[in-house]
Ligand binder design. Structure first.
Ligand code: B1M
Length: 213
C-alpha cells in the first residue's frame, strides 16, 4: 500500500501533478477515500497552516498547496459520495463576507451533493443579503455557512439576523462550520446545527431535515 504521508509532502510542496498521481495510486491500491482525504490531503493542509503561522510559508505557496489539495479532492469526489440521487432538499452554501477560504466549504458541498442535496453554491465573501435572497429564491431547506477567520465568524450571526428580519428564519435550518467555529458559538448565535468536519455536517444536515432535532 502507498504511504499516505507522501501525499502530505506533495501538498506541502504545492506539487499538483504529484498530488493527483499519489491520490490515484492510493485509490488503486485500495486505500479508503476518507483516509486519503483526512490523513493525506487535510493533514497536508494542516501542515501548511502551521508553516503559514510560523511564517515559513507565504500566500503564493499556500495557494499552490490549496490548488494541489483541491485537485486531489476532485479525484476523490466520486469515491466519497454515498449516493448520487438528488432530491432530498435544497441547500444553499457559502463562505461568509470578508472570508476567501473555500476548501472546507467545497468539501462540504461535495459531500452534500453526494448525500442527495441540490446544492446552490454562492462561493466566498458572501454578504448577508445574498444569503437571504438565495434562501428565498431557491426555497432552501438548509443554509450552510463556512468561516475560517475569527474576524469573519460574527458574520454568521448577521446572516441569522437578516433571515429573522425577512421573516425567513422559521423556513430554513441554519448549519455552521469552519475551523474557528464551535458548538458553543453555534448555540450562541442561534444556529440549528454545527459540523466540526464535512462528514458530520452531512449527518447533521440529514438529521435537521428529518426533524429529529
Ligand atoms: Co488562510 N488562514 N488566510 N488562507 N488559511 C487560516 C485559516 C489560518 C488559521 C492560518 C494560520 O495563521 N495558522 C489563519 C486564520 C487565523 C484566525 O482567524 N484564527 C489564516 C489567515 C490569518 C489568513 C489571512 C488573513 C492571511 C493574510 O492575508 N495575512 C488571509 C485572509 C484572506 C481572507 O479570507 N480574507 C488568508 C488567506 C488564505 C489563502 C487565500 C492564501 C488560502 C485560502 C485558499 C482557499 O481557500 N481557496 C489560505 C489557506 C489555505 C489557509 C489554511 C492554511 C488552510 C485552510 C484549509 O483550506 N484547510 C488555514 C490554516 C488551517 O486551517 N490549518 C488558514 C483545509 C480544509 C479542508 O479545512 O476549511 O477548516 P477547513 O474545513 C474543514 C472544517 O473546518 C469543516 O470541514 C472541513 C473538513 O472536513 N468545515 C465545515 C468547513 N466549513 C464548514 C461548514 C460546515 C461544516 C463544516 O457547515 C456549513
Amino acid at each position: 500500500m502507498l504511504d499516505i504521508t507522501n501525499i502530505i509532502s506533495a501538498v506541502l510542496k504545492g506539487d499538483e501533478p504529484e498530488v493527483k498521481l499519489l491520490v490515484l495510486e492510493a485509490i488503486s491500491t485500495g486505500e479508503k477515500a476518507g483516509d486519503i482525504m483526512n490523513k493525506g490531503l487535510i493533514a497536508g493542509m494542516d501542515e501548511v497552516g502551521k508553516k503559514m503561522e510560523a511564517e515559513d510559508m507565504f500566500i503564493p505557496e499556500v495557494l499552490m498547496s490549496a490548488r494541489a489539495m483541491n485537485s486531489g479532492a476532485q479525484i476523490l469526489k466520486p469515491h466519497l459520495t454515498e449516493e448520487d440521487s438528488g432530491g432530498i432538499g435544497v441547500l444553499v452554501i457559502g463562505t461568509v463576507q470578508g472570508d476567501q477560504h473555500d476548501i472546507g466549504k467545497n468539501l462540504v458541498k461535495m459531500l452534500m451533493e453526494g448525500a442527495g442535496f441540490e446544492v446552490v453554491d454562492l462561493g466566498t465573501d458572501v454578504d448577508p443579503h445574498k444569503f437571504v435572497s438565495a434562501v428565498r429564491d431557491n426555497n432552501a431547506t438548509i443554509l450552510a455557512m463556512s468561516a475560517l477567520l475569527t474576524t469573519t465568524m460574527p458574520m454568521m450571526a448577521d446572516v441569522i439576523s437578516a433571515l429573522n428580519s425577512e421573516g425567513l428564519r422559521d423556513r430554513v435550518k441554519v448549519l455552521v462550520g469552519g475551523a474557528p467555529v464551535t458548538e458553543e458559538f453555534s448555540d450562541e448565535i442561534g444556529a440549528d446545527g454545527y459540523g466540526p468536519d464535512a462528514g458530520s455536517a452531512v449527518r447533521i444536515a440529514k438529521t435537521l431535515i428529518s426533524g429529529e432535532v
